[in-house]
Design a protein around this ligand. Structure first.
Ligand code: G6P
Length: 479
């Protein structure tokens, strides 16, 4: 058990990353930029409204910093050494768990030293959170990098309410069971009072894993934790809470003159293509970028799309570049893009505009507005917030969304054109259909998409999660 801090926070978020990447400038002062990915996109607006603390890594190795405040949130940096980054972050988190939890699209690597680093770093995060939380506070732990934190934290601070949200898919038992440390991971998660998942199917997979890998009893979505005498100690609930975006803010951003003008300018800079297709992803093998570009190349080859009148803009933001599978994917994608542009380009026009860069929100909103067809054809994805951003941006009720069936978003976004991203012919048909969609049909679909996205935003998501979590009876504290 650890001491309760005198001026602790009532809400503490614990995530691998802080919402900003911090590095030391040439003058030795810390400078920061917004960090990548869906988790930060979702949580930043939630924290902006709460008086809370956020415990996480600043994104650079060996950087030890004092807590600092950004937009009213106290940021508490956790130091990761270069060795921690290699074994805990690049290794166990992103070369073991990430591929395993995404249906083994890439082969997961199992190394005992990585697991040791994962345990060590999870303990560090749990200790940092314990030092920030007020008595009886709510601590909300996020994502697969920190699955051991709930149980470690409960040991340190039994007075806390602990929630955990899993942003990525939770795999079926048959895949999860490959993990040599599967039982320890399940026990780590069961330290929480509430475990949130993106889809009902993820929660069901987790409950099945608990039934098969532990002796605990489950009833529906509730797991009963017992003490050594078999007496009931507490209950853990597993349930789906599909995440969202700050829809109204995104809608408003896309309506600004600056963004509207930039959207027109983008089309102009691209030579006013008749059909503008767009993909926006982290450069990750789960996103189906290769399959998508292959389908597009075949459509040009078959003459179903005209190379001179069509452009695919593919934004692929740099991600996890020290992990082998990511470096390999980059080579494969760039080879493919080069081939298509070589075969079908003309002087002054490349059918694929490939951008290995990250862009600010304003530019993303302008791209969404400029695009006739948005391609979100991930092979597997916990949710996919790009799909929701696209809908939020399209207050003109135009555009079309082609969406992979194996994304969490597919459960919710009925107005999308759904595809199996492994089925190249099916994807070609869907892209062609979307590119020539009748405007009335497009409007109908976009309205459905927007109703869902605007009606269920990230504030509703966090409110619902925290309401269920705070309904857990307060535990008598002996601390
Ligand atoms: C996904 C994960 C997040 C992660 C983000 C960016 O959205 O669910 O936990 O932060 O990708 O990946 P990175 O490895 O750069 O943090």
């Amino acid at each position: 058990m650890s001491a309760v801090p005198k001026d602790g926070y009532d809400l503490v978020v614990v995530a691998n990353r802080l919402p900003v990447d911090v590095s030391l400038g040439e003058d030795g002062e810390p400078t920061w930029t917004r960090s990548p990915g869906g988790l930060v996109t979702a949580l930043a607006p939630v924290m902006a409204q709460a008086d809370g603390a956020w415990v996480g890594w600043g994104g650079s190795p060996d950087l030890t910093l004092d807590p600092f405040e950004v937009d009213g949130t106290q940021l508490v940096p956790v130091t990761l050494s270069a060795d921690d980054v290699e074994r805990y972050y690049e290794g166990f988190s992103n070369d073991t768990l990430w591929p395993l939890y995404h249906d083994v699209i890439a082969p997961p690597a199992f190394h005992r030293q990585w697991w040791e680093a994962y345990r060590r770093v999870n303990r560090r995060f749990a200790e940092a959170a314990a030092a920030q939380a007020a008595r009886g506070a709510t601590v909300w732990v996020h994502d697969y990098q920190l699955q051991l934190v709930p149980a470690l934290l409960r040991e340190l601070r039994p007075d806390l309410r602990i929630g955990y949200f899993h942003h990525i898919p939770f795999p079926p038992l048959e895949i999860f069971a490959q993990l040599p440390w599967r039982k320890a991971v399940v026990e780590g998660l069961l330290g929480a009072d509430l475990i949130g998942f993106q889809r009902g199917g993820d929660a069901a997979n987790f409950v099945r894993v608990v039934r098969r890998l532990t002796d605990l009893t489950t009833r529906g979505q509730v797991v009963t934790i017992t003490d050594e005498h078999g007496r009931t100690e507490r209950h853990v609930r597993a349930a789906a809470f599909p995440i969202s975006i700050d829809s109204a803010a995104f809608d408003a951003l896309a309506r600004t003159d600056a963004v509207q003008e930039r959207a027109v300018e983008i089309r102009h800079e691209l030579g006013n293509p008749t059909i503008l297709l767009l993909g926006v992803d982290r450069l990750d093998y789960t996103k189906g970028i290769r399959h998508r570009i292959k389908a597009y190349g075949e459509l040009l080859q078959d003459g179903r799309l005209s190379p001179s009148e069509t452009t695919l803009v593919q934004v692929a933001s740099p991600s996890r570049e020290n992990v082998g599978a990511y470096a390999q994917l980059r080579d494969e994608v760039e080879l493919l893009v080069g081939r298509i542009n070589g075969d079908f380009g003309q002087v002054g026009h490349a059918p694929v505009q490939y951008l290995h860069q990250s862009f600010p929100m304003e530019e993303m909103a302008a791209l969404y507005l400029a695009a006739d067809v948005m391609l979100v054809t991930a092979l597997r994805d916990g949710m996919n917030l790009v799909a929701k951003e696209y809908a939020a941006a399209r207050s003109d009720d135009r555009g079309a969304l082609v969406l992979g069936e194996f994304t969490g978003a597919a459960d919710e976004l009925a107005g999308a054109i759904l595809v199996n991203p492994h089925d190249i012919d099916g994807m070609k048909d869907a892209i062609t259909y979307a590119a020539h969609l009748d405007p009335r049909e497009a409007r109908k679909r976009m309205r459905r998409l927007r109703r869902r996205v605007l009606g269920h935003d990230v504030n509703a998501w966090s409110r619902e999660f925290l309401a269920v979590l705070t309904a857990v009876p307060q535990r008598d504290s002996h601390v």
